[in-house]
Design a protein around this ligand. Structure first.
Ligand code: RFL
Ligand code: PHB
Length: 395
């Protein structure tokens, strides 16, 4: 088998890259370890920057987000028992974010790919990448008891944090930067109306962080900070709702509609960046190269901005016969990534209870939160990062 670009991973990065390349007439095959149902069953991100929404339209899959996405003009911070809106729309000259789940983005991209006829191999095992330092890279994998080889011109490593592409790079050729946080997020999805349908709520409370988000007007997504030693089985629905209410202001807590959870999981919080993002004819994009803690809602959006840069670079290579895009990809992508890493790390530090925090640390958090909501300059830095820094902000 032969293709121009072999894409490893059918998460949002791989599917979106595939859609943009297919549209530009560049042959591509996606190789995915899991089944389609497994990929769609993962409940993850929910907030899209405008650049991500624009990219979905550019890829021809914008109908879902246009019809079902919920546009948000502001976010709210809760601390010391009170809600404080930050009007991101006004502070950024009219920019917004859209609530539309990663599950829905993936579903739309999968349907478009099937209609386009570009090949996707699901449930592939023993996926391995070879010879990406040469002009003739290869991907090998097993499927239904048979071994297969895919010859290609480029490999796109869109295979997430635990993928095979980054892991195949010799240690001396890659540098990794990491911070692991001493807590996780317990997330619950429920078919209940969101307590705050027009804004995501971020709460700093004595009992720890909490977040109120949504997937639609009838489906909510909530999170509470929890120790990483906790197990999902420790958390009955009742315990979760009580804990969430105890971290919100009394008005919001009294309006919260509870119901049975339809998904419940604990996610670790990590900051991670691998440099560079290009190794000969293999590129990394999305979670394969970097992880942010979800506090700033940047993970999926960063994956999309990598894909925008990588697809342009590959189109430039195949259509305009220019190397410039692929040569500049890693530096350009990393410049934007580090700014989102900074914002996610900072918001995580500001909003969570750290096990080793003392009274001083807590007072500093409160002082910073008060400053944030009272100073237009400080609110503006939150707003412009939350909606996503412009692409030309990067180097
Ligand atoms: P993904 O979505 O992890 O997709 C990678 C795909 O590659 C496949 N794969 C392989 N395929 C072939 N061979 C191999 N050897 C392979 N190894 C892996 C995997 O099965 C998978 O299908 O990465 P991608 O596409 O870069 O997309 C990135 C986003 O998924 C990610 O940034 C966000 O979901 C991060 N994230 C969140 N971001 C937010 O903005 N808000 C959130 O609330 C939020 N919650 C989360 C999250 C990430 C989580 N993970 C990764 C554990 C919650 C969780 C639990
Ligand atoms: C979500 O809806 O899952 C979500 C929203 C905002 C965040 C993180 C997660 O910052």
């Amino acid at each position: 088998m032969k293709t121009q670009v072999a894409i490893i991973g059918a998460g949002p990065s791989g599917l979106l890259l595939g859609a943009l390349l297919t549209k530009a007439g560049i042959a591509n095959t996606i190789i995915e370890r899991q089944t389609p149902d497994y990929v769609l069953g993962r409940i993850r991100a929910g907030i899209l920057e405008q650049t991500t929404v624009d990219l979905l339209h550019e890829a021809g899959v914008g109908h879902g987000v246009s019809n079902e996405g919920l546009v948000h003009h502001h976010i709210e911070l809760i601390f010391k028992g009170e809600r404080h809106p930050i009007d991101v729309h006004a502070l950024t000259g009219g920019k917004v974010v859209t609530a539309y789940g990663q599950t829905e983005v993936t579903r739309d991209l999968m349907a478009a790919r099937e209609a386009s006829g570009s090949p996707t191999v699901y449930a592939a095992s023993n996926v391995a990448v070879h010879d990406y330092d040469s002009a003739t890279p290869r991907v090998t994998y097993d499927k239904d008891g048979q071994s297969h080889t895919l010859d290609c011109e480029f490999i796109a490593g869109c295979d997430g944090f635990h993928g095979v592409c980054r892991a195949s790079v010799p240690q001396g050729a890659i540098k990794e930067f990491e911070r692991v946080y001493p807590f996780g997020w317990l997330g619950v999805l429920s078919d209940t109306p969101p307590v705050s349908p027009h804004a995501i709520l971020y709460a700093n409370s004595e009992r720890g962080f909490a977040l109120c988000s949504m997937r639609s007007m009838t489906r909510s997504r909530y999170y509470v900070q929890c120790p990483m030693t906790d197990k999902v089985e420790d958390w009955s629905d009742e315990r979760f709702w009580n804990e969430l209410k105890s971290r919100l202001d009394t008005d919001t807590a009294s309006r919260l509609v509870t119901g049975p959870s339809i998904e419940k999981s604990i996610a670790p919080l990590r900051s991670f960046v691998a440099e560079p993002m290009r190794f000969g004819r293999m590129f990394l994009a999305g979670d394969a190269a970097h992880i942010v803690p979800p506090t700033g809602a940047k993970g999926l959006n960063l994956a999309a901005s990598d894909v925008k840069m990588l697809s342009s670079a590959l189109i430039e290579f195949f259509v305009e016969k220019s190397q410039a895009g692929i040569d500049g990809y890693s530096e350009r992508a990393l410049s934007r990534i580090w700014k989102a890493e900074r914002f996610s790390w900072w918001l995580t530090s500001l909003m969570h209870r750290f096990p080793d925090a003392d009274g001083f640390g807590q007072k500093i958090q409160e002082a910073e939160l008060e400053y944030l909501v009272r100073s237009r300059a400080a609110s503006t830095t939150v707003a412009e990062n939350y909606v996503g820094l412009p692409f030309d902000f990067a180097a």
